[in-house]
Ligand binder design. Structure first.
Ligand SMILES: [Zn+2]
Length: 292
């Protein structure tokens, strides 16, 4: 899990990878380049369907205290499904609950809240819409090796600032796309500007250009690494552009999301179904000396 003390608060999103997670992703990237491990990943016509649970956690039943409306939640799941449809994922909203709790609404008792509210297994997406989350628009947890009923299992999920839902009052960030971005992390993706470097490993995705810093707004033609190939991926969901600027994932992000979902979440808690998956899991474990 991501210790709260390590959450990067300098960006509007609070999700930041550990060293261990970065090194594991390097192993995954190497594996993806190996032609013998080439797999066909789900496309729009045959999506992976993910059980999804919404938890509204507000300080009161006033809209200003985080009590988002049913219409906003309906619009939010519609946005999520529309944006992930081209990448072979769909989200089936299995349940919505509403809790009035001042501490939980400002994210000051995260684990208590999640132990009480989390639903489904490790392949189920839990989203907490909260009144305040440390000044961030959202944060989420990367997929990893998680045991049943452990703290890491409960932490898994995405916290979303209530005002970022469609029609919310987070100016420039109220089309519901914060959730699209955060779910990208839940599927294992890093920020496109990860590392803030023009020559580092960046986001460990080879078809997103190098990017020195997060994008703000929608500056068409931005090129923070002029000596590296390509313009900044300002329309990429994993940058930090305005909602209206978000448009796409790259083919390799698409592949990575399915690879990570299949490796860590799809068969969680079940016996591995095929030899190849068992082998893959072993490989990942070997490359990932993480304390889980
Ligand atoms: Zn983020």
């Amino acid at each position: 899990m991501l210790p709260r003390s390590q959450v990067d608060r300098s960006f509007g999103c609070g999700t930041a990878p550990s060293e261990e997670y970065m090194s594991m992703l390097q192993g995954v990237a190497t594996d993806e380049q190996d032609a013998s491990s080439a797999r066909v990943f789900a496309a729009a016509e045959d999506p992976v369907v993910i059980d999804t649970y919404f938890h509204v956690v507000a300080a009161s039943t006033n809209l200003a205290d985080g009590y988002v409306t049913d219409q906003q939640l309906a619009d939010q799941i519609a946005v999520l499904n529309e944006e992930y449809a081209p990448y072979g994922f769909q989200f089936d909203l299995k349940g919505t609950d509403r809790t009035i709790n001042g501490n939980w609404s400002v994210d000051s008792a995260e684990l208590d809240m999640k132990i009480a509210l989390r639903k489904g297994d490790y392949k189920a997406l839990n989203v907490y819409f909260q009144k305040q989350i440390g000044g961030n628009l959202g944060y989420c947890y990367f997929p990893t090796f998680v045991g049943e009923q452990t703290e890491d299992f409960y932490y898994d999920g995405c916290s979303i600032l209530f005002s970022s839902v469609p029609g919310g009052n987070a100016t420039n960030y109220n089309l519901g796309k914060t959730l699209t971005h955060e779910v990208g992390h839940w599927f294992g993706l890093l920020h496109t500007f990860q590392g803030n470097s023009c020559d580092g490993v960046g986001d460990i995705i080879s078809d997103t250009p190098q990017q020195l810093s997060a994008t703000r707004g929608c500056p068409v033609g931005r090129d923070s690494c002029p000596d590296a190939a390509g313009l900044d991926p300002i329309h990429n969901y994993m940058d930090y552009s305005y909602d209206a600027c978000y448009e796409e994932f790259t083919p390799k992000q698409h592949k990575r999301m399915h690879n990570m979902f299949d490796s860590f979440r799809a068969e969680w808690g079940m016996k591995a179904k095929g030899k190849r998956d068992v082998k893959r899991s072993r490989q990942l474990r070997k490359k990932s000396p993480v304390n889980m």
